[in-house]
Ligand binder design. Structure first.
Ligand code: FMN
Length: 327
């Protein structure tokens, strides 16, 4: 059984990819994931906020010490370089120690901060760059056109700055999501990754406070991913990576049937460990054998929605009696 596929210009030996998370932030773990048969690794993101926060911490220290104002910009640059250097080292070490594609990841809410960094990533040997665009459209002064423009500008600027293949990781918070994904997929990206995940919050009614919950995804999140993979995979002009709620080996098969080219996994690496990758690859091979498929392309997208099919069951979203079955 051949479970190889293409990802960002390379042939990879499995469609199962380690998504960006703490398990991809260290070379030992990355090697372990490779040993277990992972197709590619998306490194933990370098966060725009993380850099600005450290810069402002260092600046506060300087201010307290009564240092001169001219020193501030030096500190800002120094902090940034320090973080960036650590990240570039991770890329170099991961490339030296493994044979799988290593994709760098930056969390961006705009492009400008990252132009220089993107070229450094390229020089450090990364095989691609994932733009983890974390846009929660909460600003009342920002229209949906403004939000879409940020996506477009970022891709455009990044494409001009590097020749590395780009993957765009997008959130599902957008009006006209299908149209937006299609538009962005025509802008020369090598891959579209659906979706990035926002940490959720609960309210403690005794303390009357807000606290983060569900750091790891749950199995139920898979259904959202399945629906949008089936909707988008034939609409977009680039390969699709699906992720979110993958907790069982068979979830990989489901997302491939829905049209994903590759599947990203993060939470399951915490709950099941790196063995999840091996189990998923084994189940995929076994299922293909049972169904008499020889390669991924023999069944990929079998359950994806055709462009003009408005009758697909994936579009049925209302709680009508017939469908809910409990009324
Ligand atoms: C602990 C943790 C850390 C994460 N860190 C990042 C990150 O740095 N960058 C990123 O793009 N996604 C990050 N993610 C999101 C995952 O890459 C993935 O998109 C999301 O968790 C959904 O996949 P899952 O259901 O397999 O966890 C993180 C997820 C987890 C659980």
């Amino acid at each position: 059984m051949d479970i190889s596929t293409n990802f960002m210009g390379r042939t990879i030996k499995s469609p199962v990819i380690a998504g960006s998370c703490g398990k991809t932030a260290e070379v030992g773990n990355i090697k372990l994931l490779e040993d277990k048969g992972v197709g590619a690794v998306i490194l933990k993101s370098l966060f725009e906020e993380q850099i600005s926060q450290e810069i402002s911490n260092n600046m506060r220290l300087m201010q307290n010490a009564g240092e001169m104002a001219e020193a501030y910009s030096y500190i800002a640059e120094h902090t940034k370089h320090d973080n960036v250097d650590k990240y570039l080292n991770l890329i170099r070490q991961a490339k030296e120690s493994t044979d799988i594609p290593i994709i760098a990841s930056i969390n961006c809410v705009s492009a400008n901060e990252w132009i220089q960094f993107a070229s450094a990533v390229e020089q450090a040997g990364a095989d691609g760059l994932e733009l983890n665009m974390f846009i929660m459209p909460t600003n009342i002064n920002t229209s949906s056109e403004d939000v879409e423009q940020v996506y477009q500008d970022t891709i455009q600027i990044m494409r001009r700055s590097v020749s590395l293949p780009l993957s765009l990781k997008i959130s599902s918070y957008s009006a006209a999501l299908a149209k937006l994904c299609q538009k962005l997929s025509w802008m020369g990206i090598a891959n579209l990754s659906i979706f990035n995940r926002f940490i959720e919050h609960d309210i403690d009614i005794n303390e009357q406070t807000v606290k983060p919950v569900n750091i790891l995804s749950s199995e139920d999140e898979l259904y959202h991913t399945i629906r949008w993979t089936a909707i988008l995979s034939k609409l977009v002009n680039c390969p699709l990576t699906a992720g979110g709620g993958v907790h069982k080996p068979e979830d990989i098969v489901k997302l491939l049937l829905a049209g994903a080219n590759t599947v990203q996994v993060a939470s399951a690496l915490y709950t099941e460990g790196a063995d999840f990758i091996e189990n998923a690859n084994n189940l995929l091979r076994q299922w293909m054998e049972e169904k008499k498929y020889h390669k991924i392309n023999d069944f990929k997208g079998r359950l994806a929605i055709d462009k003009n099919d408005r009758a697909s069951s994936f579009f049925r979203v209302q709680y009508m009696k017939y469908f809910s079955g409990i009324e």
